[in-house]
Design a protein around this ligand. Structure first.
Ligand code: 13P
Length: 253
């Protein structure tokens, strides 16, 4: 269960959120199979990581730049993020692809850089409304996956893939759970084709207008292992409620 705060929350607001998160999780532990991760802005990674470590909550960076250290003004590498306490990195979010011109090639490079730095990549893939209208959804997913899978010399043991249809992000219109499940199955198959045997262990998240109201339906699908949540994760109590909804279904499997 990943909370993507995007460009929200000051450092003070981020630490206040995780203070409350720790209190809620200590009060009532999360179901055993639920792994919870928060993705604050770069600024808040270190203070957030210092606070959540004790309750076993992970921290993700929302992106990263390739390389380790060097003369790259404004860049933040996986090495620096790991040292600050991050253990995951979201890579290839559609907002990065569309608004920061990240290409498939750049996404592949960042996934490799995350792995080199010891970060678990959370690779985002998903089609636009136009792709969907034109019946290109599967082709887009294959292209975005193949760019990364083909570029890595060996299977990445902890890879996480998030299916995030662009038309569902921030719109209040989530994908139909059955459709999300079909796409998750397609992703799993593609990973397994690239790296035989790895399909089973890859964790697949759904993202796009997940809320307290629809979280249980999203998790009831067999191929969906969790969620990448934007605006509904900004309220700590809601994020915990959604994580618990996920845990119930994980235990039922
Ligand atoms: P929303 O949950 O706000 O639709 O955002 C989804 C998302 O982009 C998570 O990365």
């Amino acid at each position: 269960m990943v909370a993507n705060w995007k460009m929200h929350k000051t450092v003070a607001q981020s630490t206040a959120y995780v203070r409350e998160l720790c209190r809620l999780v200590e009060q009532e532990p999360l179901p055993e199979r639920v792994e919870m991760v928060v993705a604050p802005t770069y600024l808040a990674i270190a203070p957030v990581a210092a606070r959540v470590r004790v309750v076993g909550v992970g921290v993700a960076a929302q992106s990263l730049d390739p390389g380790r250290e060097g003369a790259l003004t404004g860049a933040v590498s996986g090495y620096l993020l790991f040292a600050a306490g991050a253990r995951y990195a979201i890579v290839g979010h559609s907002e990065r692809r569309q608004q920061f011109q990240e290409t498939d090639l750049m996404v592949a490079e960042r996934v490799g850089a995350a792995l080199d730095a010891g970060l678990t990549p959370i690779l985002c893939v998903g089609e636009s409304a136009l792709n969907r209208e034109r019946g290109e959804t599967e082709a887009v997913l294959h292209r975005e996956l193949d760019a990364v899978l083909g570029d890595l010399p060996r299977p990445a043991p902890h890879l996480v893939v998030a299916y995030e249809p662009i038309w569902a992000i921030g719109t209040g219109v989530a994908a139909d759970p059955a459709e999300a499940n079909r796409m998750a199955a397609l992703i799993r198959r593609r990973v397994d084709e690239a790296w035989p045997g790895a399909g089973e262990s890859v964790r697949i998240l759904y993202g796009g207008s997940v809320t307290v109201a629809n979280a249980a339906a999203v998790f009831s699908e067999s191929e969906v292992d969790g969620a990448l949540i934007g605006s509904a994760s900004l309220q700590v109590q809601d994020f915990v409620t959604m994580a618990r909804a996920g845990g119930i279904h994980q235990e039922e499997r």
